[in-house]
Design a protein around this ligand. Structure first.
Ligand code: F0G
Length: 354
């Protein structure tokens, strides 16, 4: 059967019925790519894989949750959806709402979302409202509006979002033909770590011998690390704007995932994020957005700290949650500059050193 997105593929694990109208852009089925160059660079005794969620239709993992959230919104008769966003949720909501022909309202922190993401929300026809506040304030407003007016909230506190996003864990299990031992991932509003954990638990329940439970290793940016610090951060800051969040909605569930899996939620600095961002692009040929590189930054940090030393060869998955093209400005300001040359072959030869 031709691939038609995560709802058709994983129908039996999802809260849908024959009555649910499926709004899909054929999300999911993203590649799990072995990162041999990173492994070698770090002298890592094991296998590292990158789950490249930037290959989803709108360039991030949000599409897995959005196909569910929008399909269920339509099923319940909703004519409009709303979300707060650091950029990717709004891009995804705008695209799926366009496909479903319903209204989409997005609240974003003014000047703090990358240009690619903003361009997606506007071109898909969403009502884009930039607020003079941060993501946490935008989310409070979106929750309030959806509780008082006929508009459905499609942030990850909408349980259908988590249901859709858990399918990424199924794909990892199927690609490896077993579970990984560790999964590294960025943590922002903390829905995705909850979703993956749910997915791994589903497969573990279905086939406990084949699919064991990985340790969930979540990473927040140091300037936006409420779970690590143990209290909300009033003015979160980080170069990884997607995870610039000071009071995650799924805080408790993320801690449960961490504790049940015997994993960690830790922080990495912006420098570590940008280093990982460059390494993934320059050594593996994969362009992810800065927030996504938090997973690899966490893996690099733990490998350098000899975390895996006495454990033996393990399989590690790092989730790359969004595509690098979402945020070209960060790439251009953090890589070698392009050079200007005249229309002259000798000049070019001397510059490139042939
Ligand atoms: N990576 C990217 C690229 C993201 O856009 C987000 C969240 C995360 C990681 C963190 O995932 O929130 O489930 O812990 N972006 C949201 C948004 C907040 O509005 O696009 P999380």
């Amino acid at each position: 059967m031709p691939y038609k997105g995560i709802i058709e593929k994983y129908r039996k694990y999802l809260p849908v019925s024959d009555e649910t109208p499926i709004i899909s852009l054929h999300e999911g089925n993203t590649p799990l790519i072995q990162a041999k160059n990173i492994s070698k660079k770090l002298n890592f005794n094991g296998e590292v894989y990158l789950k490249f969620e930037g290959m989803n239709p709108t360039g991030s993992f949000k599409d897995r949750g959005m196909t569910m959230a929008i399909s269920k919104a339509i099923e319940s008769g909703s004519k409009a959806v709303i979300c707060a966003s650091t950029g990717n949720t709004s891009a995804s909501a705008a695209a799926y709402a366009a496909k479903a022909k319903i209204k989409c309202v997005v609240l974003i922190p003014e000047g703090k979302i990358s240009f690619g993401k903003l361009s997606q929300a506007v071109i898909h026809g969403a009502e884009v409202l930039e607020i003079d506040g941060n993501f946490d304030e935008a989310l409070d407003l979106a929750k309030d509006l959806s509780s008082r007016y006929p508009i459905t909230l499609v942030n990850s506190i909408n349980p259908f979002r988590i249901e859709g996003q858990k399918t990424a864990a199924y794909e990892v299990c199927e690609s490896l033909e077993e579970s990984p031992d560790y999964q590294f991932m960025p943590v922002g509003n903390a829905g995705n770590i909850a979703a993956y954990w749910k997915g791994y638990k589903d497969y573990n329940k279905a086939e406990p011998e084949k699919y064991t439970l990985p340790k969930m290793m979540g990473f927040q940016a140091a300037g936006s690390a409420p779970i690590v610090e143990g209290h909300p951060i009033a003015n979160p800051e980080t170069v990884a704007t997607a995870i610039r969040i000071g009071n995650p909605a799924s805080w408790k569930i993320a801690e449960e995932a961490r504790d049940e899996s015997c994993g960690v939620i830790d922080k990495i600095t912006d420098e570590e994020i940008l280093e990982a961002y460059r390494i993934v692009a320059a050594t593996e040929g994969i362009f992810c957005e800065p927030a996504s590189a938090a997973s690899v930054a966490g893996f690099i940090k733990y490998t350098r700290q000899n975390y895996f030393k006495d454990i033996g060869p393990v399989k590690v998955v790092c989730v790359l949650t969004g595509h690098g093209l979402k945020d070209p400005n960060t790439a251009v300001t953090n890589a070698a500059k392009s050079k200007k040359v005249r229309v002259n072959i000798e000049d070019i030869v001397s510059v490139i050193g042939l």
